[in-house]
Design a protein around this ligand. Structure first.
Ligand SMILES: Nc1ncnc2c1ncn2[C@@H]1O[C@H](COP(=O)(O)OP(=O)(O)O)[C@@H](O)[C@H]1O
Ligand SMILES: Nc1ccn([C@@H]2O[C@H](COP(=O)(O)OP(=O)(O)O)[C@@H](O)[C@H]2O)c(=O)n1
Length: 210
């Protein structure tokens, strides 16, 4: 079974994807980490994010071992990922890895922006997770403070709005719900309630495909 979980920054899709993967015994891929790793490889070498050629080379040479680097979780890596992910050759270079991951039995839970629309349009279950920008900024601020990163909630909110704008309006695989995705607004749901709602969606969809 393939479960695609898409949505904007800090909507809670990663948390949901991890919990659903554990509950249903499926491997999990956080596809955002791939774009973060590409951005970080430029940032760490002092290469401008606007250098699309270098970004493509970084995507082609991506080493899965680099995905565990805690620096990829930083705000700078997330904002950089939103820039390099708009380059079609970067997306093309990362496509096979994601499709291969999904195609390997017993399937996968993958979270990102275009999993239900581009990477796995055949996914049995598609969930599009949202929350208000203000709630997402609160969550991300708490998370980054907890990680020891000095952050300001107003700046995080501005970054989230800028990222939404870039991710939704790019021409290559823009952020949008697949026509057959279930929408899940987690603004007023804590992580447990969001998981219960998502599991109910998975169960209902999975039953339909048996
Ligand atoms: N429903 C929720 N309510 C409150 N906080 C949440 C909820 N879901 C996730 N979080 C927290 O919000 C932050 C962002 O969640 P995450 O799953 O990383 O989002 P995303 O993968 O969409 O960027 C994390 O610190 C996470 O623990
Ligand atoms: N499947 C994906 C996943 C992420 N991305 C890009 O990578 C950036 C970082 O994604 P992420 O999922 O790690 O970020 P958060 O939602 O966790 O903040 C996003 O803003 C997108 O621009 C993408 O284009 N396609």
């Amino acid at each position: 079974m393939i479960i695609a979980i898409d949505g904007p920054a800090a909507s809670g899709k990663g948390t949901l994807a991890r919990r659903i993967a554990a509950a249903y015994g499926l491997p999990h891929l956080d596809s955002g980490l791939l774009y973060r790793a590409v951005a970080w490889s430029l940032i760490a070498r002092g290469v401008a994010l606007e250098d699309a050629g270098q970004a493509e080379a970084a995507a082609r040479g991506l080493d899965a071992a680099a995905l565990g680097d805690p620096a990829l979780r930083s705000e700078a890596a997330g904002a950089g990922a939103s820039v390099v992910s708009a380059y079609p050759p970067v997306r093309a270079a990362l496509l096979d890895f994601q499709r291969q991951f999904a195609a390997t039995p017993p399937g996968a839970v993958i979270d990102g922006r275009d999993i239900g629309t581009v990477i796995c349009p055949q996914a049995e279950v598609k969930i599009f997770v949202t929350a208000s920008p203000e709630e997402r900024a609160r969550r991300r601020t708490r998370e980054l403070l907890g990680r020891g990163e000095a952050v300001d909630e107003a700046a995080i909110l501005a970054d989230i709005r800028a990222r939404d704008e870039r991710d939704m309006n790019r021409s290559a695989a823009p952020l949008k719900p697949a026509a057959d995705a279930a929408l899940l607004d987690t603004t007023a749901l804590d992580a447990d309630a969001a998981f219960a709602a998502a599991a109910a969606i998975v169960d209902a969809r999975a039953l339909k495909t048996v």
